[in-house]
Design a protein around this ligand. Structure first.
Ligand code: ADP
Ligand code: G3P
Length: 534
């Protein structure tokens, strides 16, 4: 979906493909940070019609990232109608809707009126950076960590070990919500009066789709908020007590593939069942058929997300990779460990806005037209640096600029930085998660870029499979929805439908990049702590 400029894009598949189609379809939605898209899938998991619109983030102050909920709702409804139209089918032929969403982006609304109190506060928003720092260094956190260390010593409980190493981040919804409570008296009052609903995008869309009759989230979304205890599979009482937040403002948590309620008939003319809510990374994992322990997926979209299937129990936190629920379907619970980098596509879009190129697809050729970046390094940190460095105060920067530096060097340095971050995350995963890696599958807009894919494969010295269809979050949501309504029988059937487009194999030894990577790490370190006020 690169180069999506204006409001919308619609795609229609070849008529020959439709001729033999069965007459029922499922919809897979992906509400990303950059793009909101909908695909109409048939029983062979082929896309019959699509629609996409660019998400307009709002930046009220440096470091703040919001989304206007009314604008998002209008776009959400529009992409569904446009995709169904593009597929040349009728709404009554849609048997289920699966919605994958960017995670930990939240909103609060008035329980009685349904009106929101503020815009969505994005997972990329840094307004809670100071709160994060002070909470992480607070005496109460030190005491909590210390007592859990002792409890872990005696009990060997993974949960205690995790709490003993717990740190807040700005990506968690927790301290961004505390910021809202400290700064918006209306929300504080509503919480006191038990009149406040908290919701991530999935919950709020469900609320809108069902005109307020359903209020829920799923395990995958809940586990990414920072409020959830993946060991107890419930909202964390420890955190609620610590932050003095009533658990009553959080929605009930349901299975990922499950009947969440039907869309109010007024919206699409028919009551389509909402049968999957899922976090976008977990959805991509499901769409990639990473069903086995050790399966890994690398999503390069707005940010980079590296996830490994850790089986049916959560991993304890080791500092970088955090435990998540992948999905819960009936008795089956699949857990993941995830590491991420906040700026991937954001760096591409920024460079595009500067007119370094007109279409993201050009960047691959630009990078390949040079031998190297001539000692120019880019630090992708518009939203701070995540693990292993964990510095919300780091700045984005170019280092090593020379008179001879051209826009080609800048673009190559940006792409190289994405591959270097992938290597950093992969190494951290191998250090922290003691599970042998089986398959590695890539997706997300930036995986269109063969330069980044090849360099990543070289750096991690492993094969990376790129699927024929990259919009894995949509596919995952659609297949989870399809399982709930019997459109597909089981995961074995889904595995047979998966199509690989290309496998990138290591072509160079990673040592050939060693010096460059060391210089890049040096540039990263020099960009750290830049915005520190103290
Ligand atoms: N060929 C390409 N090379 C580099 N980046 C690309 C390419 N094609 C798309 N992108 C980037 O992919 C990003 C969008 O990825 P996507 O997975 O759709 O995002 P999200 O799901 O986070 O909204 C955009 O930043 C876009 O510039
Ligand atoms: O918007 P994306 O697709 O990069 O995903 C964002 C993540 O879900 C944030 O946790």
């Amino acid at each position: 979906m690169s180069g999506l400029q204006a409001g919308a894009e619609q795609r229609r598949e070849e008529p020959s493909a439709r001729a033999s189609s069965p007459s029922r379809f499922v919809l897979g939605l992906d509400v990303g940070s950059t793009v909101i898209r909908c695909h109409v899938y048939d029983r062979t998991a082929r896309v019959r019609g699509s629609s996409a619109q660019k998400v307009e983030n709002v930046y009220p102050q440096p470091g703040w990232v919001e989304i206007d909920p009314d604008a998002l709702w209008t776009q959400f409804v529009a992409v569904i109608k446009d995709a169904v139209k593009a597929a040349g089918v009728q709404m009554h032929q849609i048997v289920g809707l699966g919605i994958s969403t960017q995670r930990a982006t939240f909103i609060t609304w008035n329980k009685k009126t349904g009106h929101h109190f503020h815009n969505f506060i994005s997972w990329q928003d840094l307004r809670a950076a100071e709160l994060v720092k002070s909470w992480n260094n607070s005496l109460v956190m030190k005491l909590l960590r210390g007592s859990c260390r002792v409890l872990h010593f005696f009990s060997r409980s993974k949960q205690m070990l995790t709490v003993s190493r717990f740190n807040f981040t700005t990506q968690h919804a927790t301290l961004r919500l505390i910021w809202i409570l400290q700064n918006l008296s209306e929300v504080r009052k509503a919480v006191e009066e038990d009149n406040c609903c908290f919701g991530t995008i999935d919950t709020w869309l469900l609320h809108k789709l069902t005109k307020g009759s359903s209020y829920a989230t799923d395990y995958s979304n809940a586990s990414t908020t920072g409020f959830f205890d993946p060991f107890g599979m419930c909202w964390s009482k420890i955190l609620a007590n610590l932050l003095s937040l009533p658990l009553s403002i959080l929605p009930p948590v349901k299975d990922t593939s499950h009947n969440f309620g039907s869309v109010d008939e007024e919206i699409f003319g028919v009551p389509i069942p909402v049968v999957a809510l899922v976090g976008d990374q977990q959805s991509a994992m499901f769409g990639e058929c990473c069903f086995q322990t050790g399966d890994v997926k690398l999503t390069m979209g707005t940010g980079t997300f590296l996830d490994i299937n850790t089986g049916n129990s959560p991993q304890h936190v080791n500092g970088g990779f955090y435990p998540l629920i992948g999905w819960k379907i009936g008795q089956e619970v699949v857990c993941l460990a995830e590491g991420n980098a906040g700026d991937t596509g954001t760096a591409i879009i920024w460079a595009q806005k500067l007119d370094l190129f007109t279409d993201a697809a050009e960047t691959e050729k630009m990078a390949l037209s040079l031998e190297d970046s001539e000692g120019v390094y880019f630090v992708p940190s518009f939203n701070g640096l995540q693990a292993p460095l964990n510095d919300p105060c780091a700045c984005a920067s170019f280092m090593g600029l020379k008179h001879s530096t051209s826009k080609y060097h800048l673009v190559r340095a940006i792409l190289e930085s994405i591959a270097f971050r992938n290597k950093q995350l992969y190494d951290m995963m191998q250090r922290e998660i003691q599970i042998p890696v089986t398959n590695i599958r890539a997706d997300g807009g930036v995986c269109n870029n063969a330069f980044v894919m090849q360099m990543t494969s070289d750096l991690i010295n492993a094969k990376i499979d790129r699927p024929a269809h990259f919009d894995m979050s949509c596919l995952g949501a659609a297949t989870l929805a399809g399982l709930a309504v019997g459109f597909w029988a089981d995961k074995e059937e889904l595995q047979k439908l998966r199509q690989s487009e290309m496998v990138f194999k290591p072509q160079k030894k990673w040592q050939e990049y060693e010096m460059n990577m060391e210089n890049w790490v040096k540039a990263v370190k020099r960009s750290m702590n830049w915005y520190n006020k103290t």
